[in-house]
Design a protein. Structure first.
Length: 392
């Protein structure tokens, strides 16, 4: 299988910088052009054939297609509620997945129960697929816990804030799986920005040398905070795998069927002892990097609008309707379910306790430290000043 050739593309060059937020350089215009990639559903919702990957979704039923649509809709609703809650002061921060639902749901549904998943901090859709309660994700962003779920209950590791480090954890775990003789696989998620980290390069090296059963799933959402991909690489990201001696493939990250098929193929390779695979899901971050970010400062409306036309949810809906796989009753029922999820999330977050403000001073040093004690005292005085104002 010559997967590398399915997405051949000339390296992009950084041809300039953006003078204003509303203008896009020739480099960004080139980047937004349609790349060659694995695609099973066009942006208009038309089913297209692919000789290499069709077999991985050949048996999918209308019910399963509706399930994928439901997953994406509910994940987007949960994400929207979390963003709103942060704006209302209920969360300290939130990393939105808006626009990346197909990449996450397609790949997440490709995993088996005995596979193990190592996420970053934006894989809310994958968490949904692994059965993690959405409200558990919010506890960390509210500061009341360090994750809120047992990783071994769902084979879904806690969110990782340190960029790229989870790929090393995934590689080590996969090496252990191989030594145990298990036929399960490991999948590690990271973004285009993390692909520039040394941890990721080390993971590629170790996984290749030890033929580890791991899939590296890179969600290339075009921006590492404010840095576009052409500032990070001279070749398409999936081609980096060639230098390490394992396959790389670029898939349409807004096509849930293609993401499902390609990830199934990659996981199957891993389980069969064929080693690692790099999957680059070519997608787009529709929202901010996090709620502390203002994307209008570094990208223009034209680029976003071009990607809105490739919306993963609208794409699958168009296919469901054209194939008569879903009626208005299904969509209406899903809207009701979406509203109920939003209400449950809001109520759960507002019922959470306030974070312990002084917990930040604990466990900094094993035996304590005079400077930390001084800072704690100063912080206590600062907090007390608010009580004085309220009582005045």
């Amino acid at each position: 299988m010559t997967v590398e050739s399915t997405a051949a593309r000339k390296p992009r060059r950084s041809a300039g910088t953006k003078s204003t937020a509303g203008k896009t350089t020739s480099a960004r215009k080139t980047a937004s052009a349609e790349p060659e990639l694995v695609q099973l559903l066009t942006p208009e919702g038309k089913r297209v054939k692919n000789a290499e990957f069709d077999k991985y979704v050949a048996g999918i039923t209308p019910e399963e297609l509706r399930g994928l649509y439901r997953d994406m809709v509910l994940t987007r609703r949960f994400d929207a509620e979390a963003t709103a809650l942060q704006r209302q002061g209920e969360l300290g921060l939130w990393a939105s997945l808006l626009g990346q639902e197909a990449a996450q749901i397609g790949s997440g549904r490709a995993t088996r129960e005995d596979d193990y998943v190592f996420p970053t901090y934006r894989e809310h859709g994958v968490a949904w697929c692994r059965g993690v309660d959405p409200t558990n994700l919010l506890g960390m962003f509210r500061g009341v816990n360090n994750g809120g779920w047992d990783p071994n209950s769902n084979n879904f590791q806690l969110y990782t804030i340190v960029i790229g480090s989870q790929t090393l954890h995934a590689t080590g775990y996969a090496m252990g799986v191989a030594k145990d003789g298990a036929d399960s696989a490991v999948i590690a998620y990271f973004g285009d920005g993390a692909s520039s980290q040394g941890d990721v390069a080390e993971s590629f090296t170790f996984s290749a040398v030890y033929n580890a059963p791991v899939v590296f799933f890179c969600q290339n959402n075009q921006w590492a905070i404010s840095e576009p991909t052409e500032k990070q690489t001279r070749v398409p990201l999936y081609q980096r795998a060639q230098g390490y001696g394992f396959p790389g493939v670029r898939v349409d990250g807004n096509d849930v069927l293609a993401c499902l098929a390609v990830t199934k193929w990659a996981l199957e390779r891993a389980r069969n002892g064929e080693g690692p695979t790099l999957v680059e899901a070519f997608t787009y971050r529709m929202g901010a990097h996090t709620t502390s970010d203002d994307p209008t400062r570094y990208r223009g409306d034209e680029e976003r609008q071009s990607w809105e036309a490739k919306d993963p949810i609208l794409r699958l809906r168009a296919y469901l309707e054209s194939a008569n796989h879903a009626d208005e009753g299904f969509f209406a029922e899903l809207e009701t379910e979406s509203e109920a999820l939003g209400k449950r999330v809001r109520e759960a977050v507002r019922a959470m306790p306030d974070p312990d403000r002084f917990a930040i001073f604990e466990n900094v040093y094993a035996d304590g430290h005079a400077l930390v004690d001084e800072e704690r005292t100063q912080f206590a005085a600062y907090q007390a000043s608010f009580a004085d104002v309220e009582g005045a």
